[in-house]
Design a protein around this ligand. Structure first.
Ligand code: SF4
Length: 404
């Protein structure tokens, strides 16, 4: 452990002993501790929780089923308004093809998220999930972040628990923690995402999901307009809910990507990322797993995350649309992820959504083609409208016109 600055000894000792920090203590450590000390504390906690020397990753595909969105968050470069010529909805056959490709490289799930499209009713999601489960019974659906669930609750005029129940009955396996941004309403109002979900509403979806037996992840997007204290407040709100339900499998944080967004600005630095990851490992003492966000930070900082509290390299991903729209396009296939894990001194293992180890890297068992670029939702210029959409009532004027 590097030399501890005078005045911080008590806090550093408390964190090193694994005792819970309150908000003021966490903030003081976050603001004042040298980066090397934050890293050493976080790495010590990671080692206590994962003494086996393993770092995990999952092979899945990050698919965005539609980019049409009425929420219009000002930090988002991905969405297109209703009626935009660039708007798309993927067809069931396109999604099946993506699943086939995912299974071919050893993938076990889809991370399926999209815009708040007023022309996709709840029945579209139910039919899609049922169709996926019929074709691929053991393939998992990690789908629909809390704001999407709230959007469906509003569209269908059903309470959130009823929407979750219906989605589970159709095949939903787990809810990703997207759309959390910063769980402080002052920040959410400034980011124009208060309307899609308040902090309480986001947490309440997760509470209901956990009560319904789903495990979910939790996320934090930092680096927009929030203060350090609000980052800590976000973590404390997640920690409280985890105390209550124990339903979160993992925490993932990443920095805001400003290119092509209405909010604009500059991206947080690598040191800011590593310090934020480390303080999250210290504060979130009831979370087992922290992912490295190589997709926003790049492979090298992603690898360094393993010394700052992360025990998981996230996803091989195969496809990515949202972060790419905001200017970052890093790609790591399984071979590259494993190379980074092993070079950092760990053994690499594939896992499932519950962080259960599935086995050794697939490429060591059989030939898998190299993937040097992440796929996109669709080829540029492909504007076709899926056939099955005519079976679902549209609500927007543009949607109705496209679906006579
Ligand atoms: S972040 Fe999600 S909800 Fe917000 S505008 Fe983008 S797609 Fe829509």
């Amino acid at each position: 452990m590097p030399t501890v600055p005078i005045g911080l000894e008590r806090l550093v000792e408390k964190a090193r002993a694994g005792l819970r920090l309150d908000g003021a203590e966490a903030l003081e450590l976050y603001r004042s501790a040298p980066t090397a000390i934050l890293g050493a504390l976080a790495d010590g906690i990671r080692l206590r929780k994962h003494p086996d020397g393993l770092v995990t990753y999952i092979i899945d595909r990050n698919v965005n089923y539609t980019n049409i969105c009425v929420a219009k968050c000002n930090f988002c470069a991905f969405y297109r308004p209703v009626g935009s010529p660039d708007g798309y909805v993927l067809g069931f056959d396109e999604l099946f093809r993506k699943i086939d490709e995912t299974i071919a490289v050893g993938g076990v799930q889809l991370l399926l998220q999209g815009g708040h499209n007023p022309d996709l009713p709840l029945s579209w999601y139910e039919d899609l999930f049922r169709a996926v489960k019929e074709r691929y019974p053991s393939f998992k659906l990690h789908a629909l972040s809390p704001p999407e669930v709230i959007h469906l609750s509003r569209l269908s005029q059903l309470p959130v628990p009823a929407v979750i129940e219906r989605l589970i009955a159709a095949g939903l396996d787990s809810i990703p923690g997207g759309g959390a941004e910063i769980l402080v309403d002052r920040v959410r109002k400034l980011l124009h995402c208060y309307g899609k979900a308040t902090a309480d509403e986001w947490l309440d979806v997760m509470r209901h999901a956990h009560r319904a037996g789903l495990r979910t992840t939790a996320t934090m997007m930092y680096g927009t307009v929030e203060t350090d204290a609000e980052r800590i407040e976000h973590m404390l709100r997640l920690r409280d809910l985890q105390d209550e339900t124990g339903g979160f499998t993992a925490f993932i944080t990443w920095s805001y990507q400003p290119d092509h967004t209405e909010l604009s600005g500059t991206e947080a630095t690598g040191i800011d990322y590593l310090r934020t990851l480390a303080i999250a490992r210290i504060v979130l003492d009831n979370f087992d797993n922290l992912q490295a966000s190589w997709v926003t930070q790049g492979g090298k900082v992603g690898q360094l995350s393993l010394a700052y509290g992360a025990n998981d390299m996230g996803s091989v991903m195969i496809e990515e649309n949202v972060v790419r729209a905001a200017g970052a396009s890093y790609c790591m296939d399984e071979l590259e992820i494993v190379r980074n894990i092993e070079d950092a001194g760990f053994a690499a293992r594939r896992r499932n959504m519950h962080y259960e180890v599935l086995g050794e890297p697939v490429f060591r068992e059989r030939d898998v083609p190299r993937m040097l670029e992440l796929a996109t939702a669709r080829e540029a210029g492909d504007t076709h409208v899926p056939d099955e959409l005519r079976f679902y009532p549209a609500r927007s004027r543009a949607g109705k016109a496209a679906r006579p």
